[in-house]
Design a binder for this molecule. Structure first.
Ligand code: GLA
Length: 386
């Protein structure tokens, strides 16, 4: 949506101009999947698509939620605390508001109008985007001035406690701290981070949405979470570590039979090998070796498919096609899995051909079409001048 349209919609709804406009991107994880809640390294970047918020304070002590994307709206009196109301979209910004209220911050009423162009629930962090957006906006409007890390942690708390999803820190951190033309190497245990240039003249960052209706993602996610905790407890009998990612591939080889259950062993195998792949991928970036980076993406997918079992026929169909297409040097599922999106590096001069052939191939096997779009590494949450 054009900024002018967002302002028009705001004016139509609230009969005044917004005071400020903010934007928060979504994210794509380049490599390091199902690693954040195991204390290892991830390499995401913020992307072009995201969520906008036009906002003005009001003197009536009322919080009004409106969105261009959803019919539901709400109007709540400012009170001391809130709890989740059903499955409505505005639970995300409401949870954020609730978190600020705990800090006794003196808030006024707010007229809020949201618009987003991220596919919802497709693995590009639409929920982290709206949470971080709201946290940044409140922080900015009321002079709280939390930094990006604090905002990411607050938004994760909302997701864990108010929304009730057991996610790690990666998504909120990536959309709060993104940097144009850079990927973020984040250590999810210490929250130390470093930017690495992620921009190529030759290869385009491409996202493919399976358009699969995802079910049971949260329960499967929690199941993997529990399996990893189980593997860790068994390995701790011999190794003095506090998370799976502290274990090197070599010491895992020596200790893995402590995990008798073959399925749980494979879960740990994925986590420990994936953490190493992130380190290798960063070396590849430093050497500007995109082909090696791409190979590591394919290896990551294989591990997620076989050892971690969070892929599915839709994602595998895309990755198999990518492997067979000469201009695609790497691809993998991204995000929690079980559908959602894949990310690929495609030679710029082969993009049109890639898109046409992939859509045709996917439709033949799956029965409906995927969406294919180009993106790039972008800045994190920010205020937009208008
Ligand atoms: C979801 C979660 C993240 C992360 C990924 C898997 O996106 O929100 O915290 O665990 O899955 O890497």
């Amino acid at each position: 949506m054009e900024l002018t349209l967002l302002i028009e919609e705001f004016k139509k709804t609230y009969h005044k101009l917004p005071e400020k406009i903010f934007f928060c991107p979504g994210r794509v994880n380049l490599i390091g999947e199902h690693i954040d809640y195991n204390g290892g390294n991830v390499l995401p970047c913020a992307i072009t698509m995201g969520t906008w918020l036009a906002v003005a304070k009001n003197t009536e002590k009322v919080i009004r939620f409106q969105s261009f994307n959803f019919q539901e709206q709400d109007s709540l009196h400012l009170q001391e605390s809130y709890s989740k109301t059903g499955a409505q979209w505005f639970n995300y910004p409401l949870g954020v508001l609730n978190e600020f209220l705990k800090d006794n911050i003196n808030l006024s009423g707010l007229d809020l109008f949201f618009y987003g162009n991220l596919p919802v629930g497709a693995g590009l962090s639409s929920s982290a985007s709206i949470e971080v957006l709201m946290a940044y906006a409140i922080s900015n409007l009321f002079g709280v001035n939390k930094d990006g890390k604090e905002i990411a942690l607050l938004a994760k708390k909302v997701e864990n406690e108010f929304i009730g999803v057991n996610c790690g820190i990666m998504d909120q951190f990536a959309v709060a701290m993104g940097k144009k033309e850079n990927a973020i190497l984040l250590n999810c245990d210490t929250l130390d981070y470093e930017y690495f240039p992620f921009h190529s003249e030759k290869y385009s960052l491409t996202i493919i949405n399976t358009n699969k209706q995802r079910k049971l993602v949260d329960s499967k996610y929690n199941e993997r979470f529990a399996e990893c905790r189980n593997a860790l407890a068994l390995l701790q009998k011999k190794l003095s570590v506090s998370n799976l990612c502290e274990i090197s591939p070599a010491s895992f080889e020596l200790t893995k039979l402590l995990i008798e259950n073959e399925v749980v062993r494979r879960r740990a195998q994925h986590v420990i090998s994936e953490n190493q792949r992130v380190k290798d991928a960063v070396l590849a970036l430093q050497m500007n070796d995109w082909e090696i980076f791409g190979k590591l993406m394919y290896a990551s997918h294989q591990s997620l498919q076989v050892d971690y079992e969070v892929s599915g026929i839709e994602l595998d169909t895309i990755i198999d096609f990518c492997k067979s297409f000469a201009g695609c040097i790497g691809a993998r599922m991204t995000g929690a899995g079980f559908g959602g999106c894949a990310v690929a590096l495609v030679a710029e001069n082969r993009l049109d051909d890639f898109k046409t052939k992939l859509i045709k191939h996917y439709q033949t096997i799956i029965g409906y079409t995927p969406d294919v779009f180009l993106t790039s590494a972008e800045d994190g949450v920010k205020e937009i001048a208008f």
